[in-house]
Design a protein. Structure first.
Length: 212
């Protein structure tokens, strides 16, 4: 009886050992196979980033002049007109509003190219012929231009507000006048020209209504 029990115990031990061996060996093989699997995490991330980058739209470059839309072209031309108009008024006032009775005729010749023939004949300073030799000095520093409106495509009106210093030679008296000037311009041969000029001094009145 004891031999039978011992023999049964030995047999169970042998069976248990064999089972443990096979289980351990199988687990070892599984562990090895997991370790040897290629690491695809980086590759997967790279592919994902690459595919996402392909979906990102490229920044649109500034359209070439010949590829502007009609609206963009009209806006560009309009802004260019405003720039040209302001420059013409600046150039004209640089001469007209910084002159005196003794050099007016010579000075005005400098701006004849930016004046219509009508303006060359009619535009005169209010002090022309003044025997007191009145002169204008430093009037443009505070000048501000306002393109009030345009009629059609070849006509513009600019209102300029400024402080004007007037000096009468021999008296050394300077008067500071609040002045508003209206310049009418015409577009001829794609060039803006001074066509007329009106100047007024204002105090409390609405300057935008003075020329209505």
């Amino acid at each position: 009886m004891k031999k039978t029990i011992i023999s049964g115990g030995i047999l169970l031990c042998l069976i248990g050992g064999l089972c443990g061996f096979f289980v351990g060996n199988h687990a070892s093989k599984n562990k090895t196979s997991l370790t040897e699997l290629p690491d695809t995490s980086n590759t997967s991330t790279f592919v994902t980033k690459e595919s996402e980058s392909e979906k990102i739209p490229k920044e649109e470059s500034t359209p070439a002049p010949n590829s502007l839309t009609k609206e963009q072209e009209d806006t560009f031309k309009y802004n260019q007109h405003l720039t040209d108009i302001e420059q013409v008024v600046d150039d004209f006032m640089e001469v007209y509003d910084n002159t005196s009775t003794d050099d007016f005729k010579e000075k005005m010749k400098e701006v004849y190219p930016i004046m219509t023939e009508e303006a060359q004949i009619q535009v005169r300073p209010y002090y022309e012929g003044d025997r007191n030799m009145m002169s204008i000095e430093g009037s443009l520093e505070n000048a501000k231009h306002f393109v009030r409106y345009r009629l059609g495509s070849d006509y513009a009106v600019v209102l300029t507000m400024m402080d004007k210093k007037v000096r009468y030679n021999g008296e050394n008296t300077v008067y500071l006048e609040h002045t508003i000037v209206r310049h009418d311009l015409l577009l001829k041969d794609n060039k803006w020209l001074i066509n007329s000029r009106i100047e007024k001094v204002f105090n409390d009145s609405d300057p935008m209504k003075m020329f209505e």
